[in-house]
Design a binder for this molecule. Structure first.
Ligand code: B12
Ligand code: SF4
Length: 489
């Protein structure tokens, strides 16, 4: 019988920088939904998948390799975010050395945005799938197994002789209801080990679901190259079935919907809310929305159905910057949406970014004032990063591939600074904006009451504190005078 084993790998990546591993105790530890979907689909076709979540389990490249060697699979599938490309390459190199017959297939946002260039550059990757991989991966595996012709598989990139070929099209799933449920059963220690950021859920266990794919907007900083502009939805009934399955099999209590635009269709949200209310399952859940797709009546229903938090891409307190971002939004509308959300009793998580082209001292001050003014409960501030696949990447770099910053593209490093500003200055403003939001007695009281209600968050905070302390002690012991970043990082 032929070897049907396939190991899927989410490679390690740096959340901040080397030396800051302890931040894992308070940051988001969600699994790769992409790999869960792929594993479920290939299993349906007779393949035997395994998933390695290296980052969540702190696995080094050697530790990943030990796991892969134990399985000796015919195929390895690696998911590529730009930030993880170099680690993925190190893993692929080791596989080529230790298991030379194993075929390495890559996919994910980095491939969807610059697949051909990546394949031309890295000979260690054998095949790449451009876009949503479920159906195409199965087609590719079957062709490889039967000695067929890879040119017959659409949406793939591969090397033949000295040339890299790209077949026509991009993998898209038109009907999401056709897909099998994500293979949560393959995740080691699910759901216990996969927890979101601290204070970003009331109580676990937690699971993620992508209830739709695609976004018709074109915000210039956003990489939409995997799912594209056409929005496709799971039917509310199937989303509800997934939630019910997660409760019955794993006791999951909180769901994080990771869709780009969960509230894109009010009709569907209404239907899902009604199913949840009727079920009496008492889920809490969070989702994302644009500020222009919600209305007070929908919010009220969402609250009744267990909605705990909505993440809005607010980005900045400056209309001028919003315009430059092609965000198709205004600060006034953002404020109204956050007010409505608070009035409905739902928390707002504001997603902001600092350092977008055109950022000035004035726009920074506007953002500071904005975050203090609105009834937001949690703020996520990222350092502007031109991800490949985003329109701004092309504006800034043209068609040149700039790979010098890939391993730092985690939203926690300024890899680019607007005219007239230095990275050091931006870093200072970064801390000031966060402080101006969090350093308010009213918010402090809110977090104290949240900690009393859900004390496991305090435990996470304590583990973070201990990790920080240990890192400091290590730093002094190694003569780094308290600096946490390790030399050469
Ligand atoms: C949920 C989410 C997270 C979660 C889970 C991450 C994870 N590993 O999946 C958390 C919060 C941990 C996270 C962190 C980060 N994220 Co994030 N995240 C998302 C989000 C909102 C949804 C992803 C998702 O679950 N989609 C649903 C699943 C089904 O799709 P998928 O994972 O893309 O997989 C499909 C295809 O990509 C493909 N595929 C994927 N892997 C493979 C492998 C093979 C072998 C094949 C054949 C196919 C294939 O097939 C899959 C099934 O269709 C996206 C936005 C978006 N629209 O995608 C951003 C997004 C993916 N994140 C992004 C970024 C930048 C990050 C961070 C670097 C920084 C940050 N923002 O925190 C880190 C890095 C994380 C890491 N390396 O694991 C960018 C990626 C840009 C880029 N070029 O790298 C995105 C696109 C946001 C954006 N619009 O800019 N993220
Ligand atoms: S930021 Fe949100 S609305 Fe804008 S393109 Fe990305 S997913 Fe769509």
């Amino acid at each position: 019988m032929s070897n049907k084993k396939i190991v899927f790998i989410n490679p390690p990546y740096e959340r901040i920088a080397k030396g800051y591993d302890f931040v894992k105790h308070i940051t988001n530890n969600s699994p790769s939904l992409g790999l869960l979907h792929l594993a479920a689909e290939v299993r349906l076709h007779g393949y035997v998948p395994k998933i390695i979540e290296s980052d969540i389990f702190n696995l080094s490249i050697d530790a990943v390799m030990e796991e892969v060697e134990k399985v000796a699979p015919a195929y390895v599938g690696i998911t590529l975010f730009t930030v993880g490309v170099w680690n993925a390459l190190s893993i692929a190199r080791e596989i080529k050395k230790r298991l030379p017959k194993t075929i390495i297939i890559v996919g994910g946002p980095h491939i969807s945005s610059m697949g051909k260039e990546t394949m031309e550059r890295f000979r260690e990757f054998d095949y790449a799938v451009d876009g949503e991989g479920e159906k195409i991966l199965v087609e590719l595996l079957q062709v490889l197994e039967n000695g067929g012709n890879p040119f017959s598989v659409p949406g793939i990139i591969f090397r033949k002789g000295p040339f890299v070929h790209q077949t026509h099209g991009k993998a898209v799933n038109k009907d999401l209801d056709d897909l099998p449920m994500p293979a949560w059963d393959l995740l080691p220690d699910f759901p216990r080990a996969y927890i979101p950021a601290i204070y970003d859920y009331p109580r676990g266990p937690v699971a993620t679901i992508a209830a739709s794919r695609g976004c018709p907007f074109h915000c210039k900083f956003c990489d939409t190259s995997t799912f594209g502009a056409s929005v496709r939805f799971y039917s509310p009934k199937v989303v509800f079935q997934m939630m019910k399955h997660l409760r019955e099999q794993y006791g999951v209590r909180h769901i994080m919907f990771v869709d780009d635009l969960f509230v894109a269709s009010r009709l569907r949200v209404t239907e899902l809310c009604q199913l949840l209310i009727e079920s009496g399952l008492n889920f809490t859940w969070s989702c994302t929305s644009r500020v222009d797709t919600i209305k007070p009546d929908t919010l009220e229903l969402m609250k009744k159905a267990g909605c705990w938090e909505i993440s809005f891409g607010l980005e900045t307190g400056s209309d001028v910057l919003l315009k430059k971002m092609d965000k198709a939004a205004e600060v006034e509308k953002s404020e109204q949406a956050v007010n409505w959300t608070a009035a409905a009793g739902i928390r707002t998580k504001g997603l902001f970014m600092l350092g977008y082209p055109g950022e000035t001292l004035e726009t920074i001050e506007q953002t500071k004032a904005f975050v203090r003014r609105i009834p937001m409960t949690i703020m996520n501030l990222t350092k502007f990063t031109p991800y490949p696949g985003s329109p701004i990447y092309r504006d800034l770099y043209g068609t040149n591939i700039r790979d010098d910053h890939w391993e730092r593209m985690n939203g926690m490093n300024f890899v680019w600074a607007p005219d007239g500003m230095t990275v050091d200055e931006l870093d200072r403003h970064y801390q000031e904006i966060l402080l101006s939001f969090y350093n308010r007695p009213k918010l402090g009281l809110y977090y104290v009451s949240l900690s009393i209600r859900y004390p496991h968050h305090l435990l996470r905070l304590a583990r973070f504190g201990l990790g920080f302390l240990a890192a400091k002690i290590r730093s002094y012991a190694q003569g780094r005078h308290g600096l946490l970043v390790q030399p050469g990082a």
